[in-house]
Design a protein around this ligand. Structure first.
Ligand code: ATP
Length: 346
């Protein structure tokens, strides 16, 4: 089952929330939509679910137009499961009933699942680790258990597409980590494609096959987690996806030689936002090599150190600029150091 968006736009009055999105999502692919608040992530998800009609453009599921060109297929006919930030559990239903309900209610549930409803409920309870809690009511569950119920309910009828809107944002940090693993586990055991909306960079990098970075209703960059992390195409992506030091330097034989850090408040907007044109490159804290030997690179002084278990986080002052560097090598406060690049970037 594949999903295709062709030039999808959505306006609310004169405000363009989503601007001409082209995107194809493959069968079983896990796509994270990452972007700051208000960039149009939820609007895009709601159009995929069938809660919003695009102003223009088309959405196709398995080659069939489900939205646009005068078509608007309602949500219950799309074989789409949704997991919301708020869990949205029904207070009068126990855990097993939450899973049974969509199997019965959805017209599009495949016949073999409807026929074997009991087995399917048991299978999903098992898969989500909810079997011992099958007869509990929502008020008898912890936050993480509620979220598992909401994921189990969404996958019960084997949707082709699972839409998740910030499903972990209301959980505490420890539980979020556990739930990341659970979602990955569920993904591996179903053939559903997943579109996962988040503004949490770590979540997107850790779980997705592909990340779509959005800004102001448009796709700023799409790529695998390592592509957007190691090869951001714009300053916005570099800084939004993870911490980045903006470094000035020159390319010699296709190798970037850093000379200086630049004011990190530089936004890179306008005509000059190309990294190569500006001789600027975003360098991740772990891409630097710190040395006390004199060599080409950025010269600076260590002005703060934080021990982080396996490595140190150093703040290094170079002229009026500050850089953040992560290294497992021990240095001392006020050591004079030179920074070069560990590996080729660019
Ligand atoms: P967040 O991370 O804060 O949830 P988001 O990226 O999901 O943000 P959307 O909810 O898609 O953003 O909203 C995109 C823009 O569209 C916002 O500026 C929002 O105010 C606007 N918007 C969304 N829904 C409506 C609506 N029904 N009427 C008018 N404006 C809307």
């Amino acid at each position: 089952m594949s999903i295709e968006l062709n030039a999808v736009c959505k306006s609310f009055g004169s405000f363009e929330a989503v601007r001409s999105i082209d995107l194809t999502i493959g069968e079983g692919e896990f796509v994270a939509i990452l972007g700051p608040s208000g960039c149009g992530k939820t609007t895009l998800l709601r159009m995929l679910a069938g809660f919003e009609q695009p102003t223009s453009g088309q959405i196709l599921i398995d080659g069939r137009v489900v939205a646009g060109s005068g078509v608007m297929m309602p949500p219950e006919k799309r074989r789409v499961g949704m997991v919301f930030q708020s869990f949205a559990l029904w207070p009068h239903m126990n855990v097993a009933e939450h899973i049974r309900f969509p199997i019965r209610a959805h017209k599009e549930t495949p016949a073999h699942i409807k026929r074997n409803e009991r087995e399917r409920v048991e299978q999903v309870l098992d898969l989500a680790g909810l079997a011992p809690l099958a007869s509990r009511m929502p008020h008898e569950l912890s936050g993480g258990q509620k979220q598992r119920v909401s994921i189990a309910r969404a996958i019960a009828s084997e949707p082709s597409l699972l839409l998740m809107d910030e499903p972990l944002s209301s959980l505490d940090a420890m539980l979020r980590m556990d739930m990341r693993r659970e979602i990955q586990h569920v993904h591996r055991r179903t053939s559903s494609s997943i579109v996962y909306v988040t503004h949490d960079q770590g979540e997107a990098l850790a779980m997705a096959d592909r990340i779509i970075v959005m800004k102001d209703g448009k796709i700023e960059q799409a790529g695998t987690p390592s592509e957007v992390y190691l090869h951001p195409q714009t300053i916005f992506v570099a800084k939004f996806v993870s911490k980045a030091n903006l470094v000035k330097g020159r390319w010699i034989n296709n190798r970037f030689i850093p000379e200086n850090s630049i004011n990190t408040s530089w936004s890179g907007e306008g005509a000059g936002s190309s990294f190569k044109l500006n001789r600027i490159y975003p360098v991740r804290p772990d891409q630097f090599l710190i040395s006390q030997e004199s060599q080409a690179g950025i010269i600076g002084e260590i002005v703060n150190i934080q021990f982080q278990g396996r490595e140190f986080q150093y703040h290094i002052r170079s002229g009026s600029d500050h850089l953040e560097v992560i290294s497992s090598l021990p240095f001392r406060l006020y050591d004079k150091v030179t920074l070069s690049l560990k590996q080729q970037v660019g």
